[in-house]
Each structure stands twice: as C-alpha cells, then as structure tokens.
Ligand binder design. Sequence first.
Ligand code: BDR
Ligand code: CA
Length: 346
Amino acid sequence: PTPVILDCDPGHDDAFAIVLAAFSPEELSLLAITTVSGNQSLEKTTLNALRILHACGFQENSIPVAKGASAPLMLPELAQPKSQEESISLIVSTHYDTSYHQPLVGRHPVEVHGESGMDGAEFPSTVIPKLDQRKAWNLMADIVQLYSPEFPLTIIATGPLTNIALFVTLYPELRRNIRIVFMGGTFERGNIHPTAEFNILHDPEAAHIVFHCGVSLTMVPLDLTHQVLVTQDILGRIHALNTPFAKNMAGLVEFFRNSYQKTFGFASPPLHDPCAVAYVLDASRFETQLIRVEVETGKGLCAGQTVGDFYGRYLRKPKNVNVVQKMDIEWFWHRMLQSLTKANEQ
Ligand code: BDR
Ligand code: CA
C-alpha cells in the first residue's frame, strides 16, 4: 500500500477523507494525521480529528495525530518569532509585501462548518486518543526520512497548505522523498471569494511556496469536487448503516447540505476532500492535465486565485501541477460507502 500522511482541518468533508484514508488498507497505509487551522481554529480541528478516529474505533496512538500551524504564514500574530514555526514565517515574509492583509486570509468559515468546525455530529469528546507532542512538520520529517525518491511517501492535504509549506521550507532535503496530492484551488468560480477557493485563500503564501517547491503536485480543484454531490440516495445509504457512527456521519452531511443550500444554493452538498484521497487509491480512475499553476498573493479582487495555463502558452515556466479534471464518480461513491461500512463495523 502507498504510505500516506493526511494533513487536514476537519471539517465535514475532511472527516470523510479520514474515513476513506483509514479504511482502504489494500491501497493505502495511513501513517499519521496532522492538523492545521482552517475550517476552524487549530484547537478545534485537532479535537475533531481525534474525535473522528476515536469514533471509528482507533485505539490510543495507533495513528499518531499532531498539531501544526495555528495561523497562516503572514498573519500579524506571527510577527514576533517565539518558536520554530514563527521564525520560518518571518523568513518567508521577507520575500513578500509585509503590508499584505486581506480580511479573508485566516478566517474560519463558520457559515459552512459551524462553531465546532464539525457541527451536525455528536461524536463523544471524552476518552479521546492522546495527541502526539511533535509539531506537524517535525512528525512529517521523522516519517518522510524513512522513504526515498524511488519509494516516496504521499502527503494528502485537505486544508490550507501552511503545514506543508513549513515542512518543505524546514526540510528541503526531504522534498525528494514525497509527492503531494491536495484539495484546493479553482479555475471556475470560487467559494470564499469570486475567484478564490477556501484552502488557498486561507493562506496564499503557503500555496505559493508549495507550488514552487519542485515536488510532484496533484491538485483536486473545485471544478472537480463540485461534481461530487451527496445526493439523497447516498445520504439514505449512509443512514441505512444504522449505527451511532453512521448517524453521526449522516448528521455531518445534513449540516453540510443546509450550509451549502443557504450559502451557495446547492441542493446537495459537494464532498471535496475525500476526492484527494481517492486519487491516491486509484489514479487510473482520474483524468488529469499537467500545466503551470500560479497563485495570486497580492491583495485585491483576485487574491488567492489559482491561475492555470491550460494552453501552455502564457506562463513561461515549467509545468508544476497535475490538475485533476475528471473522476469516475460512481466508483468514488462505491469506495466511500465501502470505507464507511468498514469503519462502522470496527
Ligand atoms: C475546502 O474548504 C473546506 O471548506 C473544505 O473542508 C475543503 O477542504 C473546499 O473549498
Ligand atoms: Ca478541508
């Protein structure tokens, strides 16, 4: 199986990504989960990751969970370096316009994910597994150094790219041992600003660092995930599993559906994050195009926009991102439901 670290910000759809990654043992070996500020504060996304693992029956520390960045690289609260994470942010900031500020950077989308970041489910918050004491990027380094360019580890990112940017900056020598598959960006409409997707606009500088780091990158943009809708039929199949776990997963979908109805007018909500996990399960179920992608790190109307040169004519730099364009959606739901069934039985 492919060795994987999942970096996430649960998050309704992140919770499904965790289930798919943890319960596809033939294709994928989930070695650790790292968390980042995004859908909610770092404290809340971390608690949510632990809760979901516990709800799936994982015993203490069987999958290490480590906390990462509590804010995007460029937010003002990181201006006085006190820790490794903060010093790196400062080094990074010297390359950019430090007056940069955009009110959407670092904001938690309460209208979509609620106060807890995972509203709609009542996973028990007591007796949860213990947190690994390493910082996310140090845990990544400890694991990634065991791999090689011939046998690389895959980092799947389903939140803002802050932890990954810190990892590749702090441990450049380990870049050759990884590939990255991330959910983020859009080439059509945005979901946090007209042209920006949430994970990217939450920390545009982190995305810039990742896009330029030379690692093999696969991007799962909104253009794809907006086709992957949890219909009534699928929701019914989750309910039919008929256990407290399934009821909570269905509760997540229902809350997400209401958010998406109110905020974006969708009848059924898209399930973004597990699509990135699915790519690692079986890339042959996907169509991709390798192109040059850049991110707008300036302020203004297009802040956080991912700009893709699909014709290979305009951005005169090497192609850096494998952009997912199509997926076998029926297969995806089959695998998602299969992993929910396994988690349910654990
Ligand atoms: C992404 O943003 C978050 O709301 C979701 O968890 C997903 O990772 C979609 O834009
Ligand atoms: Ca997410």
